[in-house]
Design a protein around this ligand. Sequence first.
Ligand code: ADP
Ligand code: MG
Length: 239
Amino acid sequence: MQHSVSIKDLSLSFGSVKVLEHLDLDIRQGEFIVLLGPSGCGKSTLLNCIAGLLDVSDGQIFINGKNVTWEEPKDRGIGMVFQSYALYPQMSVEKNLSFGLRVAGMKKEEIAQRVKRAAEILQIEPLLGRRPANLSGGQRQRVAIGRALVRDVEVFLFDEPLSNLDAKLRSDLRVEIKRLHQRLKNTMIYVTHDQIEALTLADRIAIMKNGVIQQLADPHTIYNKPTNLYVAGFIGSPS
Ligand code: ADP
Ligand code: MG
C-alpha cells in the first residue's frame, strides 16, 4: 500500500545534540495523525522536516510514494499552519489568501474561485478586506488555515495551531478543524501537547519522548492500553 506520508529511519541533530533518532512513521491517505508530547521532545522538528524547512541528518521522507527528502518545500504538496499565524501584516486577508497562488502564476479567475471557496468553508468572507492587525486570534488562525486550503494541498501540517487562543476559541476551532478534515478527507499531521485535542481529533496518536515515538495507536488504545509508564502518565489514564 502506498502511504500518504512515510518517514524512514529519520534522524536529525543540531550540532552534537540528537533531536530525532531513527524515527519511522507511516501515515495513511486521509488519516488524522496527532504528534503528542511535552515541550522539547522534537514535535516541531519532525514537522519541519516533513515540510522541508529543515534538512535531515539521515533517513528519508516520502509523500505519496515520492522521495521528497531533498525537495523544495513548495514542491512537496503540503501546507503548514503555525502557532504564530505567520500572516503578511501589510496585506488584506484576501491578499494573504491569494498571494502564494499569484506568485505561482495561477489565472485570476481560478484564484478568485479558490479564495471564495476557502473563505466560505472557514466562514471568513466578511473579513476579506481587513488586515491581520484588525482580526482576533481565532480569525487570524482561520486565515492561516485558509492559506493552506487555497493551495489544495494533499497534506496539512499543524504546529500547535490553537495554543495562542483562549479556552472557548480553542474548543470552537478544534471542532472546525475536525469538520474541515471530514469535508476535505486529506491527510493531517497535527502537533500538540494538549491531551484533549489529541484524543478528540486523532485517528491515531503518536506519543513522543526525546525524539522517539513511544507508542502509535488509536486514542482508545493509547488511553486504555498504554505500552509503558511514560505513555500512561502522559495521557493521564486512570490507574
Ligand atoms: P517541541 O516542538 O516538541 O517542543 P522542538 O522540535 O522544537 O520540540 O525541539 C526539540 C529539541 O531541539 C529541543 O531540545 C530544542 O531546544 C532543540 N532545538 C530546536 N530547534 C533548534 C535549533 N534550531 N538549534 C538547536 N537546537 C534546537
Ligand atoms: Mg514545538
